[in-house]
Design a protein around this ligand. Structure first.
Ligand SMILES: Nc1ncnc2c1ncn2[C@@H]1O[C@H](COP(=O)(O)OP(=O)(O)O)[C@@H](O)[C@H]1O
Ligand SMILES: [Mg+2]
Length: 474
């Protein structure tokens, strides 16, 4: 019996609306930060001798911002996204020594702990509530455009970037973690392998890109949910041409420059809607292709430090370009067996029936509202009486003014007041009926969209079931 079927065939796609890359700026504390001026929560300006350039981002972390602020502003929403089945990524971009590694990894435990360990703690607490949760960590370094496995460095020779489907590094060691203790041990060994590389290979970690990927799977009713969380500590973005580096430093500089340039070009192409996006121009962008191409809720943190306004402006320009890139993350839930497929179809059919009932009820309400509107718009009998009384009074006045006594005047006033009250009430009824109609119309539109999506999903599910049911009967 062929119970298990290809996952790729059975991905239930649900896209979120387009969302731009969220770009944040963090300023490293230091004695020479007079050239960087933070104003408010979102604006940062750079002063150089001839000008002042201002930038606006999703948020600014000033010199005194704690690591916890970065976590609550960027980490928590990213983990929320992952929990909802979307991919998420956080990229740290900036000059060497501006605080990328500090922001991502941090210094030790406690207040200095960076975004990555904080996110992992949060994620692993959340996964305790999930069914069949599986969290797998891998880490790769791109140094001199070569790949290095940071979990099992001896595997580095076998690493290849997959060309088909989702871009990822094949043969990379993956470690499953189920508690913070296990995860902390993996992160420690990744950090140790990075620093070993610094001495053994003469690499400076600031000249290498580090990509840590966390794959998250969980079981939901009738389906499996998979998502990916990526942390990228990019190599320092300084203007190496000016530093005149030679030898290994020169090679590093060229490789760093090439890959950061390639990243800049990819971001530029995406921001400007260019026909071709040069993902393959560097290993860095090739590995990150799936995320950069849009199926990811992406945040970029541009880190800056004082004392070099030219570098700061270049860094902030990168951030500003990234702001214009639209992402379209997709939930890729999958059903993996015919039994699941059948159960999913049943659940979706029930959901479709419930939506149809809601739709019918909303339509009935709409008809009732239309009747109310009809009634409210009809001429009011009291107003007619008022008008008639007014005419009568006028005639009487012309014929015999003396016949209008005080009591008939009082009566006329009372009728006029009643008519005005009635008119006001009608006006209020009309306004509230119009507001209700607008709400109902929205609900109807939403219900109608949902029904259309639901029907499409049901059709797909039924087709797949038809395809696989004969196989399952063998
Ligand atoms: N926000 C910050 N608060 C305190 N120290 C910081 C901060 N950002 C960076 N540092 C310190 O500055 C130095 C350089 O930071 P680092 O993260 O290594 O830079 P990068 O990775 O960008 O080259 C480190 O000693 C780090 O601890
Ligand atoms: Mg660093």
């Amino acid at each position: 019996m062929c119970e298990f079927i290809s996952c790729a065939e059975h991905t239930l796609m649900s896209a979120s609306p387009g969302m731009p890359i969220s770009v944040f700026c963090r300023v490293r504390p230091g004695p020479d930060t007079a050239d960087i001026v933070v104003s408010g929560d979102r604006t940062v300006a750079v002063k150089d001798p001839s000008r002042q350039v201002e930038y606006e981002f999703a948020g600014i972390f000033g010199e005194s911002a704690p690591q916890s602020a970065v976590f609550s502003r960027i980490g928590v929403p990213s983990i929320d996204r992952v929990e909802d089945g979307f991919n998420a990524a956080v990229l740290f971009y900036g000059q060497t020594g501006s605080g990328k590694t500090y922001s991502m990894t941090g210094s030790g435990e406690g207040d200095g702990e960076g975004l990555l360990p904080r996110c992992m703690r949060d994620l692993l607490v959340r996964t305790r509530r999930w069914t069949d949760a599986r969290v797998v960590v891998s880490a790769v370094e791109v140094y001199l455009d070569r790949l290095r496995d940071l979990v099992e460095p001896e595997r580095s020779g076998d690493l290849v970037i997959r060309d088909a489907g989702e871009s990822r590094v094949d043969n990379l060691a993956e470690v499953q973690v189920s508690s913070w203790r296990e995860c902390a041990a993996v992160l420690r060994s990744v950090a140790a392998n990075r620093s070993t590389a610094e001495t053994d290979m003469n690499a400076d970690s600031s000249r290498a890109h580090t990509i840590i990927t966390v794959r998250v799977n969980r079981r939901l009713e009738h389906r499996t949910r998979s998502s990916r969380l990526m942390f990228v500590d990019l190599a320092g973005s300084e203007d190496v041409a000016r530093s005149g580096a030679t030898g290994v430093r020169g090679k590093e500089a060229c490789a760093t420059n090439r890959s950061l340039l390639a990243l800049g070009q990819v971001i530029n192409a995406l921001a400007s809607g260019a026909a071709h996006t040069p993902y393959r121009d560097s290993k860095l962008t090739h590995i990150m292709q799936s995320s950069l191409a849009g199926n990811c809720a992406m945040s970029v943190v541009v880190t800056v430090r004082g004392g070099n306004s030219r570098e700061t402006i270049a860094t902030l320009n990168f951030g500003q370009c990234a702001l214009r890139v639209q992402m379209r993350p997709v939930v890729g839930d999958r059903v993996e067996s015919v039994a699941d497929l059948r159960a999913e179809l049943q659940a979706q059919t029930e959901a479709a029936a419930a939506y149809s009932l809601q739709y019918a009820a909303a339509q009935e309400e709409l008809v009732a509202m239309a009747a109310v509107l009809e009634r409210v718009r009809a001429p009011c009998p009291v107003c007619r009486a008022d008008a008639a009384t007014g005419e009568d009074a006028e005639l009487s006045e012309n014929d015999n003014a003396a016949a209008v006594d005080e009591s008939s005047q009082a009566f006329a006033n009372a009728v006029a007041a009643a008519a005005e009250a009635k008119r006001q009430k009608n006006e209020e009824d009309l306004q509230s009926a119009l507001a209700s109609v607008a709400v109902l119309m929205d609900r109807l539109r939403a219900a109608s969209d949902t029904i259309a999506r639901q029907s499409e999903m049901n059709r797909l599910l039924a087709d797949r079931l038809r395809m696989f049911e004969p196989a399952s009967k063998h």
